[in-house]
Design a protein around this ligand. Sequence first.
Ligand SMILES: [Zn+2]
Length: 470
Amino acid sequence: MKAHSGMHLQFFGAAGTVTGSCHMIDTGRHRIILDCGLFQGSRKEAFRKNRNLAFDPKSIDAVVLSHAHIDHSGNLPQLVKDGFRGRIICTRATESLCRYMLMDSAHIQVKDVQYVNKRRKRQGESLFEPLYTPEDAEKCLSLFEGHDYGEWVDVTEDIRVRFEDAGHILGSASCHLDIDDRGTTKRLVFSGDVGRYDRVILKDPVPPKEADIFICESTYGNRFHGPTVDVQQKICDVIRMAEENNGKLLMPAFSVGRTQMLVYHLNQLATQGKIRDLAVFVDSPLSANVTSVFRRHPECFDQEALALVHDNNDPFGFEKLTYIREVEASKAIAGINGVSYVLISASGMCEAGRVLHHLKHVAPSERNVILVTGFMAPHTLGRRIVEKVDKIRVFGEDFPLRAQVATISGLSAHADREELLEYVSHFRKNPKHTFLVHGEEEQQQPFAEALRERGFPNVRIPVEGQKFEL
Ligand SMILES: [Zn+2]
């Protein structure tokens, strides 16, 4: 048995940044980590960080996972590859989502390395191994353990966890942990990613009421998303734009969350008879799989979505909607001419995936419309489309961008400053220690200030690797 010193926390990822979420709790007797996400960003840095875990995976007893997003779950297969053999504890919907998302991530890892190795081989350099393979992901998935919200789960002999809905994506949770620290129980709340209030499909975030130690995300700690937009009306308007010219409407969208939200709205428009003869395609195997996970987890739905299910309506299916998995069927869409249709395809930022093939056909005609509903990071093809550049480069070839570009903004799955402040306003007594993670400095500093003004003592912004004795 290890020497029984005091409890400490150490922050390995999403410290002063927004990816690679990973935080360690060490009780002196046991060690667990909260999340184990992929670093995303510059290729070189991500490569180094994802491959070199800053701790020994064999020394970790268990993982508590807040949600399935890859920046929170995506390095778990690497953790297992490097020797972790404990349990991975999460909600049931998170487990179901990870089955598809980690396999998809593994395929991307393999493909990425093949691409890099082609060049390295030509230049006579040594070849890389993929970060992890589908086999590694399978092995990792066998350690997953899904639980209901609100249920206490023993993690180690001195730590137990309860998940509360975080309202961010399907299955997302804040993790409430009771930790036995030398005879006294300390409550630690890890917010995970906090979602929005009054959104379709998902429930609102459940705010924590009790914590001695609070680890809180701060992605938009200093930003307002702006007034709520009538998404359904906007989608309807954009459909009319396309229909006026018998044009096509292309919506690039992430497979998890955004795609289902768009389908949910289209479903309602179809039910109301507003888009009666319009064919709708969702072209992405991952999106189709993830939507099937949504259907299996109505426990995550809000009352409105649940009411649809109880009326025997599928919120994610209607007569004119087709989910496309096969490549041949995907290619066939390009051949449909002279009639309008709606096409939702991944990836969300137009960096990879089938959406690229569709852009080649949709972008060059002024009759078509591209609807952007998500944040487009700088230097992505999606960003260039929003900026309405004259031509876009797809698979090494230039295509004119003549299609109309429409945007619906403010649809982030992350709480903004106001929503975060609402989320933290329910504590009966403010936590003794608050750590802000998952945010860039310009979001974190003002949010830390706002918390101090509200009487939160010891608000800190850990840097990568920083350790705190508690
Ligand atoms: Zn997230």
